[in-house]
Ligand binder design. Structure first.
Ligand code: GLP
Length: 264
C-alpha cells in the first residue's frame, strides 16, 4: 500500500485530486466511485476548481456512490444524493444521469433486486476505475460496520450505535439519524481497480493504524484494503500518529520522487 502523509488538509485534498485528474485526462469516460462524509469535501472542491480553471472535462465520466441512508428520499437535505449534488456534481459538467447514488426510498420488498441491479450497473459500466474512501470511527468503509462479511455485496445494513452518534452532527439530533442504509459491500469495493483512502484528524489515528497495519478482520472493515493491490492512503499527520511505520512511509514517498514511479 502507498501511504502518503501530508502536512495539512489542503495538501491531502490536492494529492487526491491529482490522482483523479490524471485518470480523467487519461480516460475521459472513466468510472469513479465516490464517498460522502466531511473528509472528501476538500477533494471535491479541488475537482470543481480543476473543472472551472483548467477545463477538466467530466462530460463522459460516470460515478457510483458507496452508500445512502435508507428511508431518506433523494431530495432530503441529509441524503447522500443531496450531499453529492451540492458538493460536487453541481460544480462539474457531469451529466446527472451518469451519477449513481443508491436510492434510499426504494420499497423494502424491492430492495434485494434493486441492490443486485446496482451491482450490475457497475459491471455494465466496466467496473469502477478509481474508488474514493473515507473511514468511520469504528473502522467502516462505506457503511460496512464491524462484523460485515469481507465478501459482502451491495445490500441493506443496520447502522452501529457509534456511527449514529458520529453522524448525528449532520442532523438535528441522533434520534433523526436513520437506523439503516444501503451500502456497497466490502467485496464490491475491493473490485475497484484503484482506491484512494483518505483520513484526517487525531480521532481517526487509532482506527487508521488498525486498518493499515493491524490484522485483516471484519471487525475493522477498512483493514480489507490490505488485500487490494492498488491503494493509496493519504493521511494528515494527526491521523498517522498511531502508525508504527511512519519513517518507512516517508522514506518510500521520497524514493517515489527519485524513481519517478508510484510504489504500491
Ligand atoms: C459515513 C460514510 C463513510 C465515511 C464516514 C466518515 O459513515 N458512510 O463513507 O467514510 O461517514 O465520515 P467523515 O469523513 O465525516 O469522518
Amino acid at each position: 500500500m502507498r501511504v502518503l502523509i501530508a502536512k495539512d488538509y489542503e495538501k491531502i485534498s490536492r494529492e487526491a485530486a491529482q490522482i483523479v485528474y490524471e485518470l480523467v485526462r487519461r480516460k475521459p469516460n472513466c468510472v469513479l466511485g465516490l464517498a460522502t462524509g466531511s473528509t472528501p469535501l476538500g477533494l471535491y472542491r479541488e475537482l470543481v476548481k480543476m473543472h472551472k480553471e483548467e477545463g477538466l472535462d467530466f462530460s463522459n465520466v460516470k460515478t457510483f456512490n458507496l452508500d445512502e441512508y435508507y428511508g431518506l428520499s433523494p431530495e432530503h437535505p441529509q441524503s447522500y444524493r443531496y450531499f453529492m449534488n451540492e458538493n460536487l456534481f453541481k460544480g462539474l459538467n457531469i451529466k446527472m444521469e451518469n451519477t449513481m447514488v443508491p436510492d434510499g426510498s426504494v420499497k423494502i420488498g424491492e430492495l434485494e433486486q434493486y441492490c443486485r441491479r446496482y451491482e450490475e450497473l457497475i459491471k455494465q459500466a466496466g467496473g469502477i476505475d478509481l474508488q474514493v474512501l473515507g473511514i468511520g470511527g469504528d473502522g467502516h468503509i462505506a457503511f460496512n460496520e464491524p462484523g460485515s462479511s469481507l465478501g459482502s455485496r451491495t445490500r441493506l445494513v443496520a447502522l452501529d450505535e457509534n456511527t449514529i452518534e458520529d453522524n448525528s452532527r449532520f442532523f438535528d439530533s441522533s434520534a433523526d439519524v436513520p437506523r439503516f442504509a444501503l451500502s456497497m459491500g466490502v467485496a464490491t469495493i475491493l473490485e475497484a481497480k484503484e482506491i484512494i483512502f483518505l483520513a484526517t484528524g487525531a480521532k481517526k489515528a487509532d482506527v487508521v493504524a488498525k486498518a493499515l497495519e493491524g490484522p485483516v478482520t471484519s471487525m475493522i472493515t477498512a483493514s480489507a484494503l490490505q488485500l487490494h493491490p492498488k491503494v493509496t492512503a493519504i493521511l494528515d499527520e494527526d491521523a498517522s500518529d498511531s502508525l508504527s511505520r511512519v519513517a518507512f512511509y516517508r522514506f518510500a514517498a521520497d524514493a517515489e520522487q527519485k524513481a519517478g514511479a508510484r510504489l504500491f
